[in-house]
Design a protein around this ligand. Sequence first.
Ligand SMILES: [Zn+2]
Length: 698
Amino acid sequence: MCTFVDSKKVLIMSKRYTITAALPYTNGPIHIGHLAGVYVPADIYARYLRLTGNDVAFICGSDEHGVPITIKAKKEGVTPQDIVDKYHAIIKKSFEDFGISLDNYSRTTAKTHHETASEFFTTLYNKGEFTEEVTEQLYDEEANQFLADRFVVGTCPKCGNEESYGDQCENCGTSHNATDLINPKSAITGNVPTLKQTKHWFLPLDKHEAFLREWILEGHKKDWKPNVYGQVKSWIDDGLRPRAVTRDLDWGIPVPLPEAEGKVLYVWFDAPIGYISATKEWAAREGKDWEPYWKDKNTKLVHFIGKDNIVFHCIIFPAMLKAEGSYILPDNVPANEFLNLEGNKLSTSKNWAVWLPEYLEDFPNQQDVLRYALTANAPETKDNDFTWKDFQARNNNELVAIFGNFINRVVVLTNKYYNGIIPTPSEFTQIDEETLAAVKAYPAVISSSIERFRFREASQELMNLARLGNKYLADEEPWKVIKVDETRTQTIMFVALQIASALATLSEPFLPFTSNKLKDILAVTSNAVEMSWDDISTKDTLLPAGHHIGKAELLFSKIEDETVQAQVDKLLATKKANEAANKSVEPQKEEITFNDFTKLDIRVGTVLEAEKMPKAKKLLVLKVDTGIDIRTIVSGIAENFTPEEVVGKKVTVLVNLAPRALRGVESQGMILMTETPEGKLVFVNPDDANVNNGLHIS
Ligand SMILES: [Zn+2]
């Protein structure tokens, strides 16, 4: 803890913060959903705390173990290391490009991390914090491999999602054991797994339930976000069970026990320890001691994550830290909900995303526009939708028309009237006084929103300050006053320049590139004028008369309709490509003779009556006029059509199919149907009034 004295000789206590941002999984680049959900809010928070004089370690790194990486490597015929090397570099560059001001971006394949995670396991093992159990685990006989995590897919026991993974259901967020899945299937071969005995080490979460209940449900009722608190409460209320922290895999951190050969640490055991390893790596580089950042009870630990990681950061990792005994627990876990894109869920596998490297190619030097649009529309309390229209509107109507316009007018007029030298004000009017007082109130307002993790609200307050500046200029009209009252014009411009200067500092957490550019224009990076967040409230003058500013430069530029339309078109092309890829055309069947074909007696018919087969979801019982007779046909179309929809419909009927009994009703023929890739049934339809029942189809 350090203290320092600011210009007004007020003692300000500086706090120590360890801020972590979810470790991105290293099997692909990152997209706007990641940026909006985790990295931009974490960066705003870290930048704000540094600006207000706190000691900050902002930590992240690549999560490089786990099953999806080995699956991807197998598919591409490369090693898992090749995959993580490639994406680690891409992700690291994206963070740098978008101004995510991490103090360290490490990786979980780093030597420091392997050592730290092994030591952590050993400490818990020696303290008797694990239970050992030989259990039956899912095994794929053909692949000769145990199936955990993403190697197995089945029905979620909680919500019924048929594509839940072995460790977590992406639909309801529940975390479970692979053996909990209903109808499990191997993701490698598609086979139904068998059960085989294997020994694993378990973290008995049930043992930590009382502590978690007290610490979170009682201790953080007021300060944790309701979406986070609610999820945690529901898991704890459901009852916690022991979780295996080891796996039978060959990619990961070897379990540091002689009897555990061929086993590695579960990726979700090692990954959060990555925050600690990355802090160690950073501290060593900076010549600091890492331990206070993780072990001093006055340090505030804050985890920024998406909602799919809540269970790991609020239950499993704290239980690990508590079991180890020497670590602090998170002060807050401000998890966000999900961002959707143009109405659909973001998806890496379906390429439904705006990838950061591609964004920068299409919008060079416009990182702040994306940062702003994502913050102003952040999924803080519920899932939210990113649309290119909204992105354009945020840029054109707010960044260009309000923020950029105000700054541009101030700088252009100062250069025009005073050759860039800030004029000396004379007496302030009441409006001037009120305006300057309003500016002084902004740091506290924005701080309050940021400290409560309300970044949307904070970004809108920043824009309100720019609005205040715009309104002041529009009301005072210096371009008119200059013709009649030069002294008054000097005062107006002086006031406007103070607002511009406040914006340069207060925008830094949100729009770091713009803030730098603006500080250059106003020449406030020089030693003569240096400004902290608090100076805006405490100092009477931010930019002194006589200070020389630079020339005007546009901070933002208008985004045209064609530009956003091109992005929308790109997404539509992706949608089409996905649809085409889903269309799996079955191969042609074995050749038949004409004679074979003529054995089929296919006729035109009309459905006269239809009713649902009792207790059968899919079946309709139809009375069909085939031209030959009126007969009963049972058809599996009830999920697509109501009886009312098919009565009177002309259909194609295979009439000489041997009758068969379906649920006790004899079906005398078959209605010909086809099925779209989306699973929708369509009649093979002789849809013409002049086609009479009984006609042959040949
Ligand atoms: Zn589920």
